[in-house]
Design a protein around this ligand. Structure first.
Ligand SMILES: Nc1ncnc2c1ncn2[C@@H]1O[C@H](COP(=O)(O)OP(=O)(O)OP(=O)(O)O)[C@@H](O)[C@H]1O
Length: 425
């Protein structure tokens, strides 16, 4: 379905910080926590040094989660409010950023076998299916895809081993086009939250096999899980139906310790110095460029990760970033780096656009919907807009049909050529 003209309504990228509890190593080392977090004040303070040289740095975010926050609280504070948006046809993204071992995977996936400890992905799937069960939804279909990026290579985590096909990032720039997408990435239909759990278990298994075979390190790969939700719901008693296609991208980024100077002037030096996760550096530069308003040159194309997150940072998605940190003095440099990164992302503005259309009786009318959920008043200007949208829709349908026909012709030609060659031989 279409990406409509963006309206002027903007939505700031939401940034939430989660502090994990001290782990065994930190406790055994008998180190004191150097991070204090207040959910109430939505602030995090990091203390560095001692005595007269002590430095306190305080940061404010949209929300702050402490080491006591439960997985349910994390879900409620982050992406839960966006579940309805997805069902209204918006594209929403949540990604976890932080040093290795600070709880990104714990936050996004959690312990799949324990209901209490499940992370955001299974909870989001559960919330979507629960909502779709309500009687206003007359029809729905949900599909899942799971992509891994490791060293700029793309892998489909939902296909069986040995059945891999080459994945490629493509852009469909037509008015009703798909935008940026991964060609050949499988989409698996899921009909329940349990289906999603099974897929995640399969993906975890595949990652483990991949790690052993190719000597990979999971903390160095990015995982992008996407749920695409197509739904039709009754909007009133007259039989009008709203048809929406929304997407939810849930991203577990690679550990950030190798990109500690991301976005800074020293980034180049740092990359010479050691093995750096190029895509995290690019993500840092994208964030800096957006904050500085360099709209002409945002380096999205410099890494696969940023290309895929293009709509999430400065684009049409509603986005939440969760920055995960350790409270320990052992990680204080990384903690400050993560918080600086998160602060830079705080305030980036997106322009959310929904993909939805309204069917009134026999007349099917497609309409753009802004972040403010403006509703049609039936004025002549809006009628023109609707007709224009419909025309764009039909033109795109025609283009798609022509492309399919041309592919068919090409396939037929290949078969004819092969048959002629065989005859000649
Ligand atoms: N908030 C938390 N509460 C309890 N345990 C946590 C929390 N956050 C992380 N942990 C535990 O800490 C360990 C490391 O967490 P996790 O694997 O999620 O880190 P990560 O940031 O994803 O690391 P990597 O970048 O290496 O993938 C795990 O054993 C996890 O269960």
């Amino acid at each position: 379905m279409s990406a409509f003209e963006p309206t002027e309504a903007t939505s700031c990228v939401q940034v939430v910080v989660r502090v994990r509890p001290m782990n065994d190593k930190e406790q055994k080392g008998n180190t004191l926590p150097v991070v204090t977090a207040s959910t109430e004040k939505k602030e995090v303070t990091v203390i560095r040094g001692a005595g007269n040289r002590q430095q306190r740095t305080t940061y404010n975010f949209d929300d702050v989660l402490t080491s006591f926050s439960t997985q349910q609280e994390v879900f409620d504070t982050t992406i839960a409010p966006n579940i309805l948006d997805v069902l209204e046809g918006f594209e929403c993204t949540m990604f976890a950023y932080g040093q290795t071992g600070t709880g990104k995977t714990h936050t996004m996936e959690g312990d799949l076998s324990s209901e209490n400890n499940r992370g955001v992905i299974p909870r989001a799937a559960h919330a979507i299916f629960e909502r779709l069960k309500t009687e206003q939804y007359v029809e729905s279909s949900v599909s899942a895809s799971y992509l891994e990026i490791y060293n700029e290579e793309l892998a489909d985590l939902l296909v069986d081993d040995g059945k891999d096909v080459k994945l490629q990032i493509c852009e469909d720039t037509r008015p009703r086009g798909k935008g940026i997408f991964v060609h050949n990435l499988s989409e698996t239909i899921v009909t329940s939250a349990e289906d999603v759990l099974r897929l995640m278990q399969k993906a975890q298994e595949r990652r483990r096999v991949g790690e052993t075979k190719m000597n990979k390190q999971s903390s160095r790969s990015h995982c992008l899980f996407t749920l695409k939700v197509h739904s039709r719901k009754k909007v009133d008693d007259s039989g009008s139906i709203m048809e929406c296609t929304g997407k939810l991208h849930l991203v577990d980024l690679a550990g950030s310790e190798c990109a500690k100077t991301a976005g800074s002037e020293n980034a180049q030096k740092e990359r010479e110095r050691k093995n750096i996760n190029q895509s995290l550096l690019t993500l840092g530069r994208v964030i800096s460029a957006l904050r500085e308003g360099h709209v002409q040159r945002i380096p999205y194309r410099d890494s696969k990760l940023t290309r895929l997150l293009q709509e999430s940072l400065g684009g049409k998605c509603k986005t939440v970033i969760i920055a995960t940190i350790s409270p320990s003095v052992l990680a204080v440099d990384e903690t400050l780096s993560t918080l600086n990164y998160a602060q830079a992302a705080h305030g980036i503005q997106n322009k959310p656009v929904a993909t939805s259309y309204l069917k009134i009786g026999d007349a099917e009318r497609k309409r753009p919907e802004s972040a403010s959920n403006a509703h049609s008043t039936g004025t002549s200007v809006q009628d023109w807009n609707q007709m224009e949208c419909r025309l764009q829709y039909m033109q795109a349908e025609l283009e798609e049909a022509q492309a399919a026909l041309s592919r068919k012709h090409q396939q037929q030609q290949i078969i004819i050529d092969r048959a002629e060659n065989a005859e000649r031989e």
